[in-house]
Design a protein around this ligand. Sequence first.
Ligand SMILES: NC(=O)c1ccc[n+]([C@@H]2O[C@H](COP(=O)([O-])OP(=O)(O)OC[C@H]3O[C@@H](n4cnc5c(N)ncnc54)[C@H](OP(=O)(O)O)[C@@H]3O)[C@@H](O)[C@H]2O)c1
Length: 385
Amino acid sequence: MDRKRRISIIGSTGSIGTQALEVIERLRDKFEIVALAGGNNVELLKLQAEKFKPEYICYNNKAISPPGDKSISSYKILHGEEGLEQICSDRSTDLILVACSGKAGLKPTLKAIENGIDIALANKETLVMAGDIVMKKAREYGSKIIPVDSEHCAIHQCIKDIRQVDKLIITASGGPFLHKSIEEMRKATVKEALSHPRWNMGRKITVDSATLMNKGLEIIEAHHLFGMDYDDIEVVIHPQSIVHSAIEYKDGSVIAQLGLPSMHIPIQYAITYPERFEGIKSKSFSFAEIARLDFEKPDFEKFPALNLAYFAGRTGGTATTCLNAANEEAVFAFLDGKITLCQIVEITEKMLSGHKVIQNPSIDEIFAIDGEVREKTQNYIKNTL
Ligand SMILES: NC(=O)c1ccc[n+]([C@@H]2O[C@H](COP(=O)([O-])OP(=O)(O)OC[C@H]3O[C@@H](n4cnc5c(N)ncnc54)[C@H](OP(=O)(O)O)[C@@H]3O)[C@@H](O)[C@H]2O)c1
């Protein structure tokens, strides 16, 4: 980089956001932080602001004032959606890392794209909700979308020319219930569902990983990022999480990206792309130490979320918006102890089967459908279960 890259982070207080700041701390001379935005963890946001000296901070609730002496703050304080809009309209920004969870990522991503700002995209829900619109807008405004998700980051690193690629192979660790029976899965507690064997992540994505809906969302994300047909996107279970994904070229050559399971690597790749630096790399990779890599086909019966995601993706239009909204609400209900783990996908399927799909929706239609499905899902959980 010939000058410092001006970066903002939406979701700086979360799992991806804090790891991104760890990467930036190691590469202090490469970055200048424009804005840090979080949801409700104002204390952490304030500590981050003291350390990284952004120009703005933004958090959800106007009623909470950040701890400490406001008069000595060197940054401007913004709030909620309006604040995020302001951050995403600052054209002096080179890159915005969208690392908030759930539907909160879509509006800021669209705003940043409209301002020609490049995006490092961790928030997969953005593309599941409105992938066609987001990717079209990005092409129109010349904004790069660089994937942060380790699987898509892997594919991004493997692809030279997408026209020569026959198939994307997305790996999945299989989550905490890979080798448990359906009965055990039915009785799973929130604690068990949150005990991911490989990755330490936010609560929503961890539950999605337990049902494999996370992989389903990633199939849809891959379709939009790389323009691949759903028939040419395959999922393979790989419990060690060393091979982060692969592509098969037309001539049968398979290129995979490997690395120790750490999100620092894909985050760093996305925010420093196209350059690479030593940064936070802690340990050299050793095939001999890893010794073996296992692969197996996913069990579509035990993990119906995969088929549901393929179905929604192939249906297109607002089907994936509906899938995302119903799943997210059902995950919250599971975390609140209102439903069981397996009911998450059952409810999502129910909402999807009752959904009247709009093809080629406008962004307003997408937000309207998102709201309707959320309300319907909440009512269904409240009144039926
Ligand atoms: N964690 C991973 O390893 C991983 C890997 C691949 C992809 N992803 C994707 O990255 C995204 C973030 O995941 P995560 O695990 O980092 O989640 P997380 O730990 O739950 O963090 C979510 C972040 O979003 C913030 N946030 C929530 N609502 C917000 C809003 N309305 N406006 C602004 N910020 C808001 C939270 O703020 P507060 O905490 O302050 O409330 C927090 O900073 C998800 O879409 C996930 O699928 C994560």
